[in-house]
Design a protein around this ligand. Structure first.
Ligand code: HEM
Length: 86
């Protein structure tokens, strides 16, 4: 079974100097990009795992991606990083 947010390894959603969401704002990432990225992630899992991607595992990936990407986008509103915005 795929490990859940493996792409978060070695980082934090709330690093002390600036949140992950705000760093992505600086990288130029928009809400549309989060949507596209989520679709690409799921298409990749489906292509790589085929029938091994069960409904339960698929739903878990969708849930965790939606949760993390929503938190990142909420951080932009709730915790602006002074001196770090573009
Ligand atoms: C759940 C969604 C995402 C997670 C967890 C995530 C995670 C990360 C992490 C941990 C980094 C390393 C640098 C840092 O911590 O600031 C990073 C960098 C980056 N991410 Fe994301 N990311 C996500 C979505 C996206 C999306 C949707 C895009 C654009 C399509 C994107 C573009 C970038 C770019 C441009 C960098 C900088 C790369 C570099 O400096 O070499 N990310 N991301």
């Amino acid at each position: 079974m795929p490990r859940l947010p493996i792409f978060l390894a070695g980082t934090s959603l709330t690093a002390s100097e600036c949140t992950l969401g705000n760093r992505h704002l600086k990288y130029g990432v928009t809400s549309r990009d989060y949507e596209t990225f989520g679709k690409a992630l799921m298409a990749t899992l489906e292509a790589e795992l085929g029938l091994r991607l069960t409904r339960e595992t698929r739903d878990a990936w969708v849930a965790v991606y939606n949760l993390i990407s929503s938190l990142m986008q909420e951080q932009i509103e709730s915790a602006p990083c002074l001196g770090y915005l573009p």
